[in-house]
Design a protein around this ligand. Structure first.
Ligand code: SF4
Length: 479
């Protein structure tokens, strides 16, 4: 909720004149409990917001905490929007997966119109964002219906990149500095593949989608990719896989030989990520390639007949402008990518941008960039199929995956909607165990740094023992 007041940090103290302060009070009446938020701005202006809940809904401690917390959030939101005059597009909604609200409503049997209206009425979400949620919820429900109880996705993390981007908070290791770790990393990964494949077999799990991410897996040589992909298909049964993605985010890592290897191993989708098609911006964000390199990489990928290409763009990059972003999107669409993912810059701690305090486009400009993207993508026949929000996003916006009809990425939907378990191998991934019917989710993290991964394999195996326990107690084939 403090998004309305960028830079403010909460302090729980008596109000001080000349300092922004908030007072929250709860009054329990006969029928309703009423929460009131009173805000006082530094210049003395005061606003109030109120939210209430019926007492008979406060059935136990969990429900009481949940509903009263919601009242606090809503009352604060009302007072804050009046004070700042700033109406966020996501209204009072917080959290990574705003679309879940609509998904749940549709699954409960409500109509699409009702779900959209409820999202706007109860959370003050804008019509455009509510409609985005509706589209992604429909894609999520279709994916959910296609899954069986023992279906899982496989994730393989390759935590190496040619160089590190200025906005990257991932622990990806620049290969220039860690070249000597690549082979030991791959040897360790082969052992983890053997271990996990035996467990998948024993538990009767069915792999429906594979995603190799990172980092940038195509940082590996064509021979290393060939060996790794061969090992994966020798150990795991991939006969039910409907989608096999390899991230090839950095065009400077793509070669015809590597694409040939990917094609030969049945890769159905690659991600070639411009982030921007402006050379000056690419330079500022530390990508050691040009827009022309992206065009060349796409041409090579088309020549290799990879069925689907995703291209990522970021709205709000340092030194980018509204015009620059629109030109990047227009240029990207000329490549006819099956998927276009439009991210909003997220200012995570530890990134070069945050550390150096680099100036970035303001929230209003980022909002205009995203509006342009939505209008342009829809007019070109793309629909949104997954969306998520992150902390510290410029303007509090979102990331949206857009696709041409029939090209929604199954893995992306599964992970975002938490529809099935994701078994993760390699560096930086987290295994997510999902029991959808029970609403239960557990995570097991693999080490992020290659060195820790190489030396910590026994510990990973120990932690992964829990997967057996989880499947034996939480998931039944007959659900
Ligand atoms: S390509 Fe991705 S993972 Fe690699 S440094 Fe850039 S942002 Fe980070």
């Amino acid at each position: 909720m403090l998004m309305q007041f960028p830079g403010e940090k909460p302090e729980y103290a008596e109000p001080v004149p000349g300092v922004l302060s908030a007072e929250i009070s709860l009054k329990k009446g006969k029928t309703y409990s009423v929460v009131t938020a009173s805000l006082t701005a530094a210049d003395g202006r005061k606003t109030r917001g109120e939210a209430r809940v019926k007492n008979d809904k406060l059935t136990d401690k969990i429900m009481t905490d949940r509903l009263l917390q919601r009242c606090v959030k809503l009352s604060f939101y009302k007072a804050a929007t009046e004070l700042t005059g700033n109406i966020p597009v996501w209204g009072a909604l917080t959290g990574i997966r705003p679309g879940k609200f609509v998904t749940n409503m549709l699954l409960e049997g409500h109509t699409e119109q009702y779900a959209v209206n409820a999202m706007m009425r109860e959370n003050f979400v804008s019509l455009e964002r509510a409609k985005l949620c509706l589209d992604t919820a429909k894609a999520g429900i279709a994916a959910k219906n296609a899954l069986k109880p023992l279906d899982i996705c496989l994730y393989v993390g390759i935590p190496f990149c040619p160089t590190r981007c200025a906005y990257c908070s991932f622990v990806s290791n620049s290969v220039e500095k860690t070249m000597k770790l690549v082979e030991p990393f791959l040897d360790t990964l082969e052992k983890e593949i053997e271990h996990d494949a035996a467990m998948v077999k024993e538990l009767g799990l069915r792999i429906v989608s594979v995603y190799m991410g990172g980092g940038t897996p195509t940082t590996l040589s064509a021979m290393q990719l060939e060996k790794l992909l061969t090992k994966i298909e020798q150990e795991f049964d991939l006969s039910a896989v409907c989608e096999y993605t390899v991230e090839a985010g950095r065009p400077d890592t793509i070669t015809p030989q590597k694409l040939e290897v990917l094609k030969a191993h049945g890769i159905t989708r690659i991600s070639v990520n411009p982030q921007t098609m402006q050379d000056s911006v690419l330079n500022v964000i530390g990508r050691k390639h040009s827009a022309k390199d992206i065009a060349d990489a796409i041409e090579m990928s088309r020549a290799a007949n990879i069925p689907a290409i995703n291209m990522d763009l970021i709205a709000g990059l340092p030194s980018d402008t509204y015009e620059g972003f629109c030109a990047s999107l227009d240029r990207t669409l000329q490549f006819g990518a099956e998927n276009v993912t439009v991210h909003t810059l997220s200012l995570k701690k530890g990134t070069k941008i945050t550390l150096e305090g680099t100036s970035i486009p303001d929230g209003e400009t980022v909002g205009k960039m995203l509006d342009y993207a939505e209008q342009k993508l829809r007019s070109e026949g793309y629909t949104p199929y997954y969306l998520y929000r992150q902390k510290y996003m410029s303007g509090g916006f979102e990331n949206v995956g857009w696709c041409k009809p029939g090209y929604d990425s199954f893995y992306n939907i599964c992970i975002m909607e938490e529809l099935c378990s994701i078994l993760s191998l390699g560096g930086g991934g987290s295994t997510k165990l999902v029991a959808p019917e029970k609403g239960k989710i557990e995570r097991i993290f693999n080490p992020k740094y290659p060195q820790e991964y190489i030396s910590g394999l026994d510990k990973i195996f120990e932690k992964k023992q829990y997967i057996r326990e989880f499947y034996n107690s939480e998931i039944s084939e007959d659900l």
